[in-house]
Design a protein around this ligand. Structure first.
Ligand code: IMP
Length: 194
C-alpha cells in the first residue's frame, strides 16, 4: 500500500484521516517518520503555513505528504485571529484564554459573523496542490458546550442553534472546515492515484 505522511502529531487528526484513506494509503505521522524537530510556521497566511510545513517534509524526506493549517476569521476583527488562532492570547496556546480575548474584543459589537477556514497543502510526486474548506457562523456572547477543542464553545455554525462544542464529533466533522477540506483531499487522492 502507498504511504503518505501527514505533517501532524495530533492523534485525533491522524485517526480521522487514516480511517478515510483506509485500504488506499497508509498514513504516517511525523513521529513515525522520525521527524521530531519543530517545523517552522512563520508565514502570515493559512496557505503559506500549510505550504511551509508540507514543503519542509518533502524537501527533507522526499516523500508524498500533506499538511494543514486552520484559523478562525472574525469579520468585525479584520479576520483576526486567523493565522494566529493558536497563540491569540499568548504563547501558552490556551484555548480558554484565546476565547476570553475574542469575547472581550467583541463586547458591544453586533456584527458577530465569523468563518472557520482550513487549508491543506498536498505534495504528491513533487507537485503541490492546495485544498480549502470553510464553514460560516457567528460568535456567541459566551462559551457554551464541552465537546471539541479550541474556539468550539463560542462558534455557532450557520443553520444551527448550538455551538460546535454542543455537537457530537460526527455532527461537527460532517459540516466543519477541516471535514470539508479533508473531503476534497480524499476525493482528489481517490481519483489521482492507482
Ligand atoms: P491547527 O492549524 O489545526 O493547529 O489550528 C490552529 C488553531 O485554530 C488551534 O490551536 C485552535 O485554536 C483553532 N482551531 C483549529 N481547528 C479548530 C476547530 O475545529 N474548532 C475550534 N478551534 C479550532
Amino acid at each position: 500500500m502507498d504511504k503518505i505522511v501527514f505533517a501532524t502529531n495530533n492523534p485525533n487528526k491522524l485517526a480521522e484521516i487514516s480511517a478515510m484513506l483506509k485500504g488506499k494509503f497508509e498514513v504516517i505521522s511525523l513521529e513515525t517518520l522520525g521527524c521530531t524537530e519543530e517545523i517552522p510556521e512563520t508565514a502570515d497566511t493559512l496557505e503559506g503555513n500549510a505550504s511551509l510545513k508540507a514543503q519542509y517534509i518533502f524537501k527533507k524526506y522526499k516523500v508524498n505528504c500533506f499538511a494543514d493549517d486552520t484559523g478562525l476569521e472574525i469579520e468585525a476583527l479584520n479576520n483576526e485571529p486567523g493565522v494566529y488562532s493558536a497563540r491569540y492570547a499568548s504563547e501558552a496556546k490556551d484555548a480558554t484564554e484565546n476565547m476570553k480575548k475574542v469575547l472581550r474584543k467583541m463586547k458591544g459589537i453586533s456584527n458577530r459573523k465569523a468563518n472557520f477556514r482550513t487549508v491543506i497543502s498536498l505534495i504528491l510526486n513533487g507537485q503541490e496542490i492546495l485544498f480549502e474548506g470553510s464553514v460560516k457562523g457567528t460568535i456567541r456572547e459566551e462559551m457554551c458546550g464541552k465537546e471539541g477543542f479550541g474556539y468550539d464553545p463560542i462558534f455557532e455554525p450557520e443553520g444551527y442553534t448550538l455551538t460546535f462544542a454542543e455537537l457530537s464529533r460526527d455532527e461537527k466533522n460532517n459540516i466543519s472546515h477541516r471535514g470539508r477540506a479533508v473531503q476534497k483531499l480524499i476525493e482528489f487522492l481517490n481519483h489521482h492515484t492507482s
